[in-house]
Each structure stands twice: as C-alpha cells, then as structure tokens.
Design a protein around this ligand. Structure first.
Ligand SMILES: C[S@@+](CC[C@H](N)C(=O)[O-])C[C@H]1O[C@@H](n2cnc3c(N)ncnc32)[C@H](O)[C@@H]1O
Length: 352
C-alpha cells in the first residue's frame, strides 16, 4: 500500500510529471496539520456531534464547545479528506467516518485516535533526540494511570478488525485446549480463537497496570473463565513445560530487542506441547533497501519501524528474523499468513 498524489486536472498532471511541484511540502507542511486535525476532530467530539444530528457550524460548535471560525476551518478540511459531506449548510458523516471513527462502534479506531492525540503526539517531539541517541522512550516504564487507560483502549480499537480475521485464519491445532497470549491486553485475539474452538481456554499474560485497565475491556466479551488474565512479565517469567497448544505474541516483539525475542522463543518452545504452534503477530519490517518479501509493505512497515524505534528502542522485524528466533528454539516455521484488512501485518507461525 502506498500514499500517492492524484492530480485533479491535466495541468496538475503535467506539473507533477515534470517535477514542478515541491512534493516534500506535502509531508512537511500538509501531513502534520492533517494528522493533528483528524485527531482533534475525534477527540473534541466533532464526529459524535454530527452523528447526533448537529449539522450546522453553530450547532456543532455549541455542542463541542469550540470556536465557530476555527471549527469552520476544521470542517472544511474534513470535507476534503472525505470524513464529512457538506450540502445546504449542513454537514453529515460519510461512510468512512460512520464505520471507523464513532466512539462506540466495535470496529471503530476512535480509541487509537484519542491515545495518539493525548499521549503519542508529544512523544513525536522526541524523534530528533531518538535519531541522535538511538534511545527510545520505553513508554511501558513511564505511563500514568490515565495514559495506561488510553493505551489499552487504543489497543482494543486497533484490534477491532484484525481479531476477526485472526480468528478465522490463524493456523492452530483443531483440538487445542490451552493457549497462552503473551502481552494479550484486551484479549481479543484469544476471544476470537476461543469462539472458533469450543474446547479452548486462554491465559493472557500482561503487566499488572495493563491488566487493571484491560480487564473491563475483556469482560465485555463475555467469555467468563475461558479467557483470563495473569499478571506477569514475559521477560522474567517462566511459561512452564509442555502446557500449551497455542502461544500467541501479538504486537509485543516490536518492544523487545532481538536478544530478548530469542530468549522468549526458547521459553515458548519449552512451554508448547508437541504439535503446538507459536504465532508471532506483527507489522513486518521490509528488508533493508525496501525489497519486499511479499509481506512487509514499505509504507506501513517502515513507518511503524521508526515509530516503534522511537517509542520502545526496538522496532519491527523482517519475516526472516522472526523465523530465525523460532528455528533457533527448535520450532519449524509454517506458511506465513497475511491480513486482507491490515496491509503489512502478518502471523509468522512455527510448530513444535
Ligand atoms: C502493543 S500492545 C499489544 C496488545 C495486544 N496483544 C494486541 O495485539 O492488540 C503490547 C502489550 O504488551 C504488554 N507488555 C509490554 N511489555 C510486556 C512484558 N514485558 N511482559 C508482558 N506483557 C508486556 C503491554 O502492557 C501491552 O498490553
């Protein structure tokens, strides 16, 4: 998947073709304001207000307690971006915003937008420092209680679409009864697999402050004791021996160094029953030089790699690197599964 600039008429087409348009201004001047505008619109409740029937600038401004002139500027941009439609002085939501940005929708990314607006945006200020020092933020060590809440809501929001596809596609033993979900947070991947496999129950291992905020999110799934939290630390805890048919680690490898991931894979291999599988579910880093392995997309993989570097010092890994950890732990890599709904993301699966 790529971001491209589409000319709106012949003259623009020619100007782009002969390199007359300073394209870096797109990234340098437009992208920052576009990104922040969408985050603020969600966070200030603009989409919700329109959804509740406030359609004029004044009505939306009153409901969201915003300045009408400033709001008008924001709304005009949201129309251009395809979030809103404008007709006869009234704003309405488009299909995109109805499906993806309303607060209570199951697949909505609203939680991620609020987390990015309130917690992540200030982190981006530190990118220059990261580039000079190589030292990332290691945010798990510093979050406040409120930030943990936004973080866990964001993880749930990011998984709304993915978990369904994961539940359908993940290659797991049909008779599986025990699953360990390392850094599983809200538990939606485990929930999806438990819905598919009637005899399966899952343990979600996560840090105590994460569980405090994720427990109510998991409870909403109504799985009772079949999916339960276990406070701990994947880097220091033992996972047991020949206990699990499935071990999943989703979106946690990018917080760990190569060495830490190798050590986790060794513990996982020991904890798996023969025939059991270790699934590392991740955004995939394209090989250096942008060569695609058919999984990592350059745009998603490269931007997430830099983001995870900034926020946790580690970063994404290539399929080859992930399979290397699995091989060294004595596991046999199986066919990599990709997602239709989330480009650049994959399940890297290996069997004991
Ligand atoms: C990016 S979230 C991924 C959540 C979920 N697995 C998903 O894919 O949506 C990473 C999770 O790993 C947890 N985590 C971070 N370090 C951990 C550690 N050392 N041991 C266990 N869990 C950890 C975090 O608290 C967080 O819930």
């Amino acid at each position: 998947m790529r971001l491209t600039v589409t000319p709106e008429n012949l003259l623009e087409w020619i100007a782009l073709k002969i390199n007359l348009v300073p394209l870096p201004l797109l990234h340098a001047q437009l992208f920052p304001i576009i990104g922040k505008a969408v985050l603020e619109a969600a966070d200030k409740g603009v989409f919700e207000a329109i959804h509740r029937g406030r359609q004029t600038v004044d009505a939306i401004a009153a409901e969201c307690q915003l300045h009408p002139k400033a709001l008008q500027e924001l709304l005009s941009l949201l129309v251009v971006l395809g979030y809103l439609r404008y007709q006869e002085n009234a704003y309405t939501l488009t299909r995109t915003s109805r499906r993806w940005v309303l607060q209570d929708d199951q697949e909505s990314v609203f939680g991620m937008m609020r987390f990015n607006n309130r917690v992540v945006w200030p982190w981006l200020e530190q990118l220059g420092n990261y580039l000079q020092t190589g030292e990332g933020i290691q945010y798990h060590d510093h979050l406040t209680s409120e930030q943990w809440l936004h973080y866990q809501n964001a993880m749930l929001a990011a998984t709304g679409t993915e978990a369904k596809e994961f539940g359908r596609k993940a290659r797991v033993p049909k008779q599986a009864t025990h699953m360990l979900d390392i850094g599983g947070a809200h538990g939606q991947h485990s929930v999806a697999l438990c819905r598919r496999l009637p005899n399966l129950q899952a343990v979600i291992l996560d840090l105590p402050p994460a569980i405090e905020k994720a427990a109510p999110l998991l409870a909403q799934a109504g799985m009772g004791d079949r999916v339960r939290h276990q406070p701990g630390n994947a880097l220091t805890d033992d996972f047991g021996e020949s206990t699990y048919d499935i071990v999943l680690m989703s979106s946690l490898a990018h917080h760990f160094s190569d060495e830490q991931n190798r050590a986790v894979a060794q513990k996982v291999a020991q904890a798996l029953k023969p025939g059991g599988v270790y699934i590392i579910n991740e955004f995939i880093r394209p090989e250096v030089g942008g060569k695609s392995d058919g999984v990592g997309t350059n745009l998603v993989g490269s931007s997430m790699d830099l983001f995870y570097g900034l926020t946790s010092t580690a970063g994404n890994y290539t399929v080859r690197e992930i399979q290397q950890w699995q091989r060294e732990a004595g596991l046999k890599p199986l066919k990599v599964k990709t997602y239709l709904s989330i480009p650049g993301r994959a399940m890297v699966i290996a069997q004991k």
